[in-house]
Design a protein around this ligand. Structure first.
Ligand code: CA
Length: 166
């Protein structure tokens, strides 16, 4: 069961979204402000985060940036009433994966949540990881940290075998 962090200060909207996510079978944590959201994200490492842009204290954008700088790779969807191009750009620069502009239909939000979680799932099945070693079964790329390692076909197959039974 996927765990979703929802950070939204409008109580009625937060409750509505949380209820919808819950009825789709997700486990939902709701935070009313950015700092609480950050604390929950650090303590419980959710699978996906839905962040409202305008929040008291730490904004959704700043929260997004902080999550990325601390290495979080979870899909992040920003909810925003702002729909100007510059705003979208700063959101993407901050590390958001997606946008939903208010007012939005909950079906659209749920569809995006499903799409992002499916993508994470596919990546998890495709990529083997051991310490700082990362191997992509689809692209046949191997990384140690950020550095790509060139391997022969035989070396690659052997590494797959070793990483599948560490
Ligand atoms: Ca808000």
């Amino acid at each position: 069961m996927a765990h979703i962090l929802l950070v939204e200060d409008e109580v009625a909207l937060a409750q509505f979204i949380a209820l919808e996510l819950d009825s789709e079978g997700y486990q939902v944590s709701v935070a009313p402000d950015g700092m609480t959201g950050l604390t929950i994200a650090r303590q419980s490492s959710p699978d996906l985060a839905i962040l409202d842009w305008m929040l008291p204290g730490l904004s959704g954008l700043e929260l997004c940036r902080r999550l990325r700088t601390t290495g979080s790779k979870i899909p992040i969807i920003l909810l925003t009433a702002k729909d100007e191009v510059e705003d979208r750009v700063s959101g993407l620069d901050a590390g958001a994966d997606d946008y939903v502009t208010k007012p939005f239909s909950v079906e659209e939000l749920l569809a995006r949540v499903r799409a992002h979680l499916r993508r994470t799932q596919e990546t998890n099945e495709r990529v083997l990881q051991f310490a700082d070693l990362r191997l992509d079964l689809l692209t046949h790329q191997v990384f140690r940290g950020d550095r790509m390692i060139n391997l022969t076909v035989r070396e690659f197959d052997l590494l797959v075998y070793l990483m599948q039974s560490p």
